[in-house]
Unconditional design. Structure first.
Length: 251
């Protein structure tokens, strides 16, 4: 059995990550639990349960500050729910190297964009004017994110932000709140699939999740008071770390 104090420390780290950036705790939870002896599948399932619990307090804070776009979050959430069910069924039945390689390139580009925006938060990405087609593209990309949720345990917070940065022109704090709500949908869908398969360590998931819920609440409050430039710098750093971790997996 994993010591409770270790689970609490993991939970604090997850709360910081999710509260400030709206990212899934998978970058911390899956490697940590795998190292501590859980199977990779159980680590993924537990990570999804952590995301479900953690996002509740983070969403509440961003909601209070008016930083949630319900239309976009429901759009992304719908696609992610469908994708998560597909992903949980195919799990590791298909090669991941190509997807992970593309993900490295994508997150590297978004790190570049984030650091550029940290110098000028009002900077817009050059977009092709595609009108309402962007909503269809958003659903399609959200389905892909959902598949990643089901296979790798990443609930898509950072990827939802990347999609919004590419398709929608909204302020960073609103992006984070919107992505966190969308992540709640994808994490719930994925965790239910893993729970039905008995691949969740409930003690680890609940302890980490409740700790992250508390720490996430306070760091989400902090994020809503931070300058946009600082958030972009933190977000860019998360993209860089994600790119490096995925690159090591590909290599």
């Amino acid at each position: 059995m994993i010591p409770i104090y270790i689970l609490i420390l993991i939970g604090i780290a997850v709360g910081i990550l999710t509260g400030i950036t709206g990212s899934s705790g998978v970058l911390i939870v899956v490697p940590a639990l795998s190292y501590l002896g859980l199977s990779y599948y159980d680590s993924i399932g537990s990570s999804l349960l952590v995301d479900v619990i953690t996002t509740i307090s983070v969403i509440f804070v961003y909601f209070k500050h008016g930083n949630v776009d319900y239309k976009i979050s429901l759009l992304l959430g719908l696609g992610a729910i469908i994708g998560a069910q597909i992903g949980s069924r195919i799990a590791f039945a298909v090669p991941e190297k190509g997807l992970e390689g593309a993900f490295v390139l994508f997150t590297s580009y978004m790190a570049y964009v984030s650091f550029r925006r940290s110098r000028n938060p009002k900077l817009n990405i050059k977009r092709v004017e595609i009108g309402k087609l962007k909503f269809i593209i958003a659903i399609f990309l959200a389905m892909i994110i959902g598949i990643v949720t089901g296979t790798l345990g990443a609930s898509g917070g950072i990827m939802f932000i990347a999609v919004m940065m590419l398709l929608f022109n909204i302020e960073i704090k609103r992006m984070i709140g919107t992505a966190t709500l969308a992540m709640l949908f994808s994490a719930t869908s994925g965790s239910l699939a893993y729970l039905s398969a008995g691949r969740i360590d409930l003690i680890a998931g609940v302890v980490i999740g409740i700790t992250a819920l508390i720490s996430g609440y306070y760091f989400a409050k902090l994020a809503n008071k931070m300058k946009a430039s600082y958030i972009y710098m933190f977000l860019g750093s998360v993209f860089v770390l994600t790119s490096i971790s995925e690159l090591f997996k590909v290599l």
